[in-house]
Write a protein that binds this ligand. Sequence first.
Ligand SMILES: O=C(O)C(=O)C[C@]1(C(=O)O)C=C[C@@H](O)C=C1
Length: 91
Amino acid sequence: MSAQVIEETRKQIDQMDEQILELVERRISLSGHIQRLRIDSGGTRVEHARENFVIRRYRTRFGKSGASMIMAILELCRGRIAEGKQPAGCG
Ligand SMILES: O=C(O)C(=O)C[C@]1(C(=O)O)C=C[C@@H](O)C=C1
């Protein structure tokens, strides 16, 4: 009985993880667009003040682990542009 509950609950977790992955992919794409626009208008790729604002939000909610989580996501978001690629969805 509990094995069945575990199995079903894991399915929900797997579905949720898939949604999280899709959201992260969308975030990477949107972030890449902003970075590209900024660079093309003569600005910098990284905007530290904005990153600090974003990181603070996650730290407030989840502490040190929350900060680590968003820092890893930000690294993914900066990745494509740092490698000189177009943002995802732009070819
Ligand atoms: O909001 C911006 O200005 C972005 O470029 C997006 C973003 C982010 O992914 O949140 C990415 C790089 C910047 O250093 C700051 C924030």
